[in-house]
Ligand binder design. Sequence first.
Ligand code: SAM
Length: 199
Amino acid sequence: MADDHTRVQDFFTTRAADWDTRFPDDGPAYAAGVDALGLRVGDAVLDAGCGTGRALPALRAAVGAQGAVLGVDLTAAMLDSAVRAGRDRSGALILADVARLPLRSRSLDAVFAAGLISHLSHPGPDLAELARVVRPGGQLALFHPIGRAALAARHGRPITDDDLRAEHNLRPLLARSGWLLGTYTDEDDHFLALAVRTR
Ligand SMILES: C[S@@+](CC[C@H](N)C(=O)[O-])C[C@H]1O[C@@H](n2cnc3c(N)ncnc32)[C@H](O)[C@@H]1O
């Protein structure tokens, strides 16, 4: 577990400073991903694996000043970049592992997680921990500003059947972790899986 975390932290620490400049045109895709959560003013929402906080302004806009926006990430350098970009004005930033969230059970209305799931070494237990902190009926958005096939092409590798985000893998994984998969979209310009916290 510690080795897995160190690998993730090392990977993202070297990328933190220029993370936002790598894909500068992703803003509208993030706004649309947040929009799909259907947040209401006053809601409490977590950005799990928030990185540099690219989604935080859209999440704050959705829940308003009365709402609560939290960003959790394992990599301190990513959170430092979030602060430098002023994203801490949109939400509270917490250095933590999504496997052990310092949050009360059922205290949130929704979780937004962009680009997180493929970096988790224990996705089942981690998704179950996200389910723990969300009220029954609350929502989870697993988002990426690029689809699976386009991402595989960018990395010069084929898309494989064992990909965690393939619908036939993701649906049962979510079901075992306390989530019911609803909408599933995998297009070149975005990936979005929307799930509801089961009772
Ligand atoms: C691909 S980046 C995405 C960052 C941001 N959500 C975005 O869309 O720009 C994945 C992020 O997840 C974080 N992460 C990976 N495993 C994590 C864990 N177990 N707990 C919390 N954060 C984690 C990494 O540190 C990294 O910042």
